[in-house]
Design a protein around this ligand. Sequence first.
Ligand SMILES: Cc1cc2nc3c(=O)[nH]c(=O)nc-3n(C[C@H](O)[C@H](O)[C@H](O)COP(=O)(O)OP(=O)(O)OC[C@H]3O[C@@H](n4cnc5c(N)ncnc54)[C@H](O)[C@@H]3O)c2cc1C
Length: 433
Amino acid sequence: MAWDFETDAEYQAKLDWADTFVRDEVEPLDHIWEHQQFVPLDGARRKAIDPLKDQVRKQGLWATHLGPELGGQGYGALELALLNEILGRSSWAPIVFGCQAPDTGNAEIIAHYGTEAQKERYLQPLLNGELFSTYSMTEPQAGADPAQFTTRAVKDGDHWIIDGWKYFSSNARTASFLIVMAVTNPDVSVYKGMSMFLVPADTPGIDIVRNVGLYGEAMNDGTHALIHYDGVRVPEEAMLGGEGQAFAVAQTRLGGGRIHHAMRTIGLAQKALDMMCERALSRETSGSRLADKQFVQGYIADSYAQLAQFRLFVLHTAWKIDKYNDYKKVRKDIATAKVIMPTVLHDIAWRAMQVHGALGVTNELPLFQMIHGAAVMGLADGPTEVHKTTVAKQVLRDYKPNDDLWPSEWIPKKQEAAKAKFAEYLELEVGNL
Ligand SMILES: Cc1cc2nc3c(=O)[nH]c(=O)nc-3n(C[C@H](O)[C@H](O)[C@H](O)COP(=O)(O)OP(=O)(O)OC[C@H]3O[C@@H](n4cnc5c(N)ncnc54)[C@H](O)[C@@H]3O)c2cc1C
């Protein structure tokens, strides 16, 4: 009987340390260096943040997303989940702990598919937290449908030349290198005709046309780049994985990235619930505390129930990732977590916002930002609708059609079968009457 919902004492001590450390030392960074997480450290930020990273390293909690076989610390997905739900409270925390998206996913695919030279050049500095990377897949005319991707890489001697447009390439303006997906063989399906390239950010021909901002950010001062790759020339050795393998590589990356977001979302939703409860106990109106109003009690109960279910589901998925060590076997669960995540965060943050009244919708509380974050989660790494389709297809795989006219649970047929099964007793019953 191996089901066990307890964390061993040694790791729990580390989690307790992380919890206090994030609240006391890391969350303040969110209030002075907002939106600067992906700007390479220098000056005052380096002086403040390097010692924090050192403390994380001393605790053995730095870059825990990769297993030992991939050059990481050796923590599994479950331990990462328990840590990530603490880090989810703060935008800076993943940087201070060396496990921020999209660099985690990018590190994962370089670790899986990279040559020794690629690992040395890109993976080690990424794991050291000294540089940032970009994943450049979505195109302006198509995000959710890769069959419409047109960015091309054409062979020229021992080089490839990349031409095309990419959209929403996060952090491109501060990244040291970009992982670019391009069509290398237009004569076969995109699933066999696209390849990945590791492209240094200073390669001539990479033109960041706009830095698209999210809601609330200044126009053209965001972090999601529209990029024109204009005759970008890279050597053969820049290809990551084999020719035509881009989708296999992408799946490795997106599986991890999606579940890591879900882990952090637990922490963010917990923060919204904490805020809701504190306010409900603190504010009085119409003769009683908000906490005594049944509507508000309903908000709290619904939020607790949603979060408890989501948390257990994410932890169980993490446990399965460790058990199978194969994202394909956990695809249904990861897609399900991705589907649930925006709704859980949206609903809890929305209720918390309502309970705070006017203050809730101001920029003096983080609640509206969380709701916007929930909307982003329903799109980044693929829209919810697409993931629901994946879930449904995977669920249906475990079923087969019934050739009979009537469903297999049709009661008349079941009754007939039951009567036949127990016929001898039924005859006895009739005889005893
Ligand atoms: C904050 C953020 C960061 C991002 N970072 C990156 C990044 O670093 N690199 C990168 O390459 N991309 C990135 N993206 C892009 C993201 O992956 C795409 O936005 C996503 O795949 C959807 O593509 P699209 O925006 O073109 O929407 P579309 O493909 O145009 O889809 C629009 C809508 O149509 C509906 N829809 C689409 N397909 C289906 C379907 N099959 N069934 C039913 N309905 C459907 C959905 O409602 C969907 O939201 C990021 C996006 C965001 C918001």
